[in-house]
Design a binder for this molecule. Structure first.
Ligand code: C2E
Ligand code: MG
Ligand code: MG
Ligand code: MG
Length: 277
């Protein structure tokens, strides 16, 4: 385990998945225990509306506390998915998000939405709709206050089931974003056929968009495509004022990234929103 832990920071996804079955079992057990011991936290990253600079949403990002630091989600979510533990983790995350919205509302920030990443495994295996319905009732979460971010992989694996789940979620007042658009096996057909609200432009295309002509072309095309289909655009990974200015000038609707704010605990992000208002 020790050796595995030391390797982890440098392991890529497929190498993580190639770790011996026995070690994966050990890690799965540690993830299970982390849930019981409340070692998970959510951090929240602000999403800014470019027309007026207001923070209109927060993306909830999972963190696993380990001593002084955090294990990044890219390292344990694949294993949580493979072991099925993503289902209880995902439920926990949704509940935390609902509670976070209550805290926002108490501070007069009830119109700030919370966006939650939902794993394809969770969307297909768990009754996400029922879970969200219960949470909305228990915490009086208004329509539109909860957003779900989905990656393309779910749409590829079980397109019909995914589409049905998405339709049900939308009827229940949940907004849906397609995450990291353009990095996987993105298809225009998804944008045309699926019940979506937002396209999140992956940060690979946002990098240096004000000087990188290729990225500029891709971003312009995605923004125009989304607009034509009546979808909002959210640029990810904005790290400079120049990138932000370019996105605003080119009609992107919303943005998030270190330049606007890093993912931080809820209290901290509330302070940031209030300072900006
Ligand atoms: P994502 O949903 O695309 O989240 C955005 C990632 O980009 C986050 O990494 C965030 O911290 C990072 N980021 C934000 N702004 C910047 C920036 O300006 N520059 C750079 N270089 N990076 C930026 P994080 O938190 O490590 O999350 C990685 C991925 O893990 C997420 O990608 C998402 O796919 C997954 N994930 C995170 N939390 C959850 C969760 O609760 N459930 C599930 N199923 N997946 C999650
Ligand atoms: Mg996301
Ligand atoms: Mg993303
Ligand atoms: Mg991502």
């Amino acid at each position: 385990i020790q050796a595995w832990q030391e390797q982890v920071p440098t392991l890529a996804y497929d190498r993580v998945m190639a770790v011996q079955a026995a070690e994966r079992l050990v890690l799965a057990r540690r993830i299970r225990r982390a849930l019981d011991r409340e070692e998970f936290e959510l951090h929240y990253q602000p999403i800014q509306r470019l027309s007026d600079g207001r923070i209109v949403a927060l993306e909830a990002l999972l963190r696993w506390r380990q001593g002084e630091g955090y294990v990044p989600p890219d390292l344990f979510i694949p294993l949580a998915e493979a072991s099925g533990l993503i289902v209880p983790i995902g439920r926990w995350t949704l509940e935390q998000a609902a509670r976070a919205h209550v805290r926002l509302a108490e501070r007069g920030l009830g119109d700030v939405a919370i966006a939650v990443n939902v794993s394809p495994v969770q969307l297909l295996a768990d009754d996400v709709l029922e879970a969200i319905g219960e949470l909305r009732e228990r915490y009086s979460v208004p329509r539109g206050a909860l957003h779900v971010e989905l990656t393309e992989s779910v749409l590829m694996r079980r397109p019909q089931v995914a589409r049905m789940r998405m339709l049900e979620l939308r009827v229940a007042g949940v907004r849906i974003s397609i995450d990291d658009f353009g990095t996987g096996f993105s298809s225009m057909a998804y944008l045309r056929n699926l019940p979506l609200d937002y396209v999140k432009i992956d940060r690979a295309f946002v990098r240096e968009v004000h000087i990188d002509q290729r990225n500029a072309s891709i971003c312009r095309a995605l923004i125009s495509l989304a607009r034509g289909l009546d979808l909002g655009t959210i640029a990810e990974g904005v790290e400079s004022a120049e990138e932000l200015a370019w996105l605003r000038a080119n009609g992107c609707d919303q943005a998030q990234g270190y330049h606007i704010g890093r993912p931080v605990p809820l209290e901290q992000v509330i302070g940031l929103i209030q300072a900006a208002a």
